[in-house]
Structure formats: C-alpha cells, structure tokens
Design a protein around this ligand. Structure first.
Ligand code: NI
Ligand code: MN
Length: 224
C-alpha cells in the first residue's frame, strides 16, 4: 500500500487500485509549492474536519478529478451547496466502499469551514483496505476514546504531533498505548511557527518509547 506525504496532514494512500487523498492542504503551504494539485487525481478524498489547513484544496482537487468526497454529514452538506456530491457519514458509522471499509471515529478538536459554516464534529477514520488497518486520527487531543481501537490490531496510525492545536509529541506517544499500535506516521507539524518541532528530538523520543516513527519529507513515499 503506497503512501505519499504532501505536507501538514495531507497523505495519498493507494490501495485496491484506488487513490485516497486525506485532508488536502497543499497550495497554501510554501513547503509543498512543487506539488501540482491537478496531477494528483484521487478517486476519493477523505476529510477529517473543516479547518482550512485540511480543506484548502478540497474543492479545486475534487473539480479537477471528479473524486468522491467522504466526510461528516455537515461538510457533505456544505459541499452539496457548491454542487459537489459527497458521501456523508457520522461518528461511529462505517461504510463499505469499493476500496474497502471506512469507519468514522471521534476526534477531540473543533470544526468550522473556512467561510464560517459549521463543519459538524471533527473526526478521524479507520481504513480497512488491502489487508491493512490504518487509523488516520485527524486533528485531535489525546482522548480515552482511542482505547476503543485497542483490539483493532491496527497496522499503522497517522497522528498529529505538532502541539498547540493538537496532541504534541508526549501525548502522541501516550496515545499509541491507547490504540495499541507502534507504527506511526507523524503529521501536522512544522507548517506554521506555532507547530514547529525539533525533528531529531521528536524521533529520539518516539524511538525511546519503542515506536517505529516516520516523519516523511514532502513528496516522500513509503509502503505501509
Ligand atoms: Ni484543525
Ligand atoms: Mn489542523
């Protein structure tokens, strides 16, 4: 399962012949200026919540790709008003798509669209596809709800680690015991001054805690 990082919380996961793009925020990110959003051509776009650093390129990429958007009902409604059909879900619900199953899970955060409309509740996703189980946490605090995933036998988790708006490194490390997975892709750091991290120190802390941590460069690919 090939995964490519595009900065902030933006990832493309390729599975079962489909390209799934998570939380597209590329054009406003100077560090991602070499990425041509219209060449990405996802089949599906998964959106965790409505903040600009997760939806900045959502409409543009959907329009150039025709991708199906998978998101919470309020964001689906917001997209519907712009003529974009989306698959609305809500926390605790799962659905079997062509590429596999997606379950929407709780995130502790907030969610307002860039125009001030309600984004409903913020969410994370568990993706069951290609024989793998991947937890995409979205923007979230450390929360006991993560313990509900402890028996899922997750292969990978994508976690925010930048602090200030989400978990920082110490809470992210603690969270891996809650959902019981030690293969982590860290996201949501270094894009803005308030979420800057010392990468070497972060990696050392994760390794000391027995965690396989990946902090990918923009454009870098790994196999999950
Ligand atoms: Ni956010
Ligand atoms: Mn964010």
């Amino acid at each position: 399962m090939k995964t490519t990082y595009y900065g902030q919380s933006t990832l493309m996961i390729e599975t079962e012949g489909k390209k799934l793009l998570f939380d597209p925020f590329i054009t406003p990110n100077p560090a991602a200026k070499d990425i041509d959003i219209h060449s990405l051509k996802p089949d599906d776009i998964l959106v965790s919540h409505g903040h600009g650093d997760h939806v900045a390129d959502l409409v543009a990429i959907q329009k150039s790709s025709g991708a199906k958007v998978i998101c919470i009902a309020e964001i689906a409604n917001w997209l519907g008003k712009q003529g974009i059909e989306a698959h609305g879900m809500n926390i605790g619900g799962g659905f079997n798509f062509e590429f596999g199953r997606v379950k929407m899970v709780n995130a502790v955060h907030s969610s307002t669209m860039p125009d001030g409309a309600s984004g409903g509740n913020p969410a994370g996703f568990v993706l069951y596809s290609g024989g793998k189980k991947i937890y995409y946490a979205g923007d979230t605090a450390l929360t006991y709800d993560m313990k509900l995933l402890a028996d899922e036998d997750l292969d990978w988790a994508v976690l925010p680690i930048g602090d200030n708006y989400t978990m920082g490194i110490d809470d992210a490390i603690k969270s891996t015991d809650f959902f019981n997975c030690k293969n982590i892709i860290g996201v949501h750091y270094d894009t803005f001054p308030v979420i800057a991290i010392d990468k070497d120190e972060a990696v050392a802390k994760f390794i000391k805690a027995g965690i396989n941590i990946k902090l990918l460069a923009i454009g870098e690919e790994i196999e999950l």
